[in-house]
Design a protein around this ligand. Structure first.
Ligand code: GLN
Length: 372
């Protein structure tokens, strides 16, 4: 007996693999992006209160209270929101719903690992557009994006703030992307799970420029520091949303009810009490701590404009050697590229305690210097 060839999508993801190795070797885990700090108490309390009250299925489109809270945030009607089991399910359901065999999906490279398997499982072909890494960092090449569009392209899949580069698309870029999509009649998926994690001005959203064709993906796990809750969402054109809700019935039917209820309440508290400002402040501090530590070591790091990731060069090492010799877990750039990743480039997650960042720097310094 043989499994279906589509199971070739089932390769092991590097993120949990690095976490397991880090744990086994007592390494500092700056690999998989999950916060070391606990979620805010107001979220934990809201979830605890929801247990015993919301214990049965939620509607596939989402608990009304959560759809309403999100509708308020995004300035849309609740009917424009569908709740999913994490942003990962949102992206799967969108790819299944928007594209199929014969269609092309344009994806930026480096990419988050779910995009390509999701395109493959939908039977579509991913066309990669490299985001070049220059002296000053990563920069979107709009010309290359435009050249990647063929008559078979149906969808552009973007991620801003972008994992792993930390790139945040500016207004002029969003405008150009919207024009491109309009001209070629394309759908847009904007993965904005790090929407509250930016270090400059509050970014605009792609959907503001092309509301009729944009699906915005979001995540309570990222916003509220609880990646295990698996509560995500899609905000999109109202006419398409009942169908998306119908499609997500066949994956997990509905996201866990008590977590949806807790998140609905917590999203309101977070906005009202300035939680995101404090979150950004904390991450800005940790980003700067890591950047300055790396530069003291003589390593080239690329400051991110958003997310809790940064890319830096540790030439002459691979991730396993760093794990064994320095006992620091990082994600190698190769996890985000189909081929030819930039040499010696690693992703550092700084959603970790300051002590962990300091310890990682202390452990890296002698190992890195041993090569100098
Ligand atoms: N989004 C997280 C990261 O980039 C982890 C995702 C995962 O483990 N699937 O590290």
């Amino acid at each position: 007996m043989r499994l279906h060839p589509r199971t070739q999508a089932a390769k092991e993801s590097v993120f949990p693999k690095m976490s397991a190795l880090a744990q086994r070797l007592g390494a500092v885990n700056l690999g998989q992006g999950f916060p070391s700090n606990p979620p805010p108490p107001f979220l934990l309390e809201a979830v605890r209160r929801a247990l015993g009250r919301y214990d049965q299925y939620a509607p596939p489109a989402g608990l009304p209270a959560l759809r309403e809270a999100l509708a308020e945030e995004f300035g849309v009607e609740p009917e424009s929101v569908v709740v999913t089991s994490g942003a990962t399910e949102a992206i799967y359901v969108l790819l299944q719903s928007l594209v199929g065999p014969g269609d092309e999906v344009v994806v930026l490279e480096p990419f988050f690992d779910v995009y390509l398997p999701d395109a493959f499982l939908a039977g579509a072909e991913a066309r990669l557009v490299r985001v070049p890494l220059e002296e000053g960092g990563f920069r979107l090449d709009l010309g290359a994006l435009e050249r990647a569009i063929t008559e078979r392209t149906r969808l552009l899949l973007l991620n801003t703030p972008m994992n792993p580069t930390g790139l945040v698309l500016g207004e002029a870029e969003l405008q150009r992307i919207a024009e491109l999509a309009h001209r070629h009649d394309l759908f847009l998926i904007s993965d904005e799970v790090y929407d509250e994690l930016y270090y400059g001005e509050r970014p605009r959203r792609l959907r503001e420029f092309a509301p009729e064709r944009t699906f915005t993906v979001g995540s309570a796990g990222k916003r509220l520091e609880a990646t295990g809750y698996r509560v995500g969402w899609i905000v999109g054109p109202k006419a398409f949303m009942p169908t998306l809700a119908g499609m997500r019935q066949w994956t997990s039917f509905s996201a866990p009810s008590p977590l949806q209820a807790g998140v609905a309440e917590a999203l309101r508290v977070a906005r009202r009490e300035g939680f995101y400002e404090a979150l950004r402040e904390g991450y800005r501090r940790r980003r700067d701590l890591l950047l300055s530590g790396l530069s003291t070591m003589g390593l080239k790091a690329y400051p991110p404009q958003g997310t809790y990731f940064l890319m830096a060069e540790v030439p002459g090492f691979d991730a396993f050697r760093l794990l064994e010799e320095a006992r620091v877990a990082l994600i190698p750039a190769s996890a985000f590229y189909l081929e030819d990743p930039p040499e010696g480039l690693f992703r550092f997650a700084f959603c970790k305690k300051e002590e962990e960042l300091t310890l990682a720097l202390e452990r890296l310094a002698p190992v890195v210097n041993s090569l100098a």
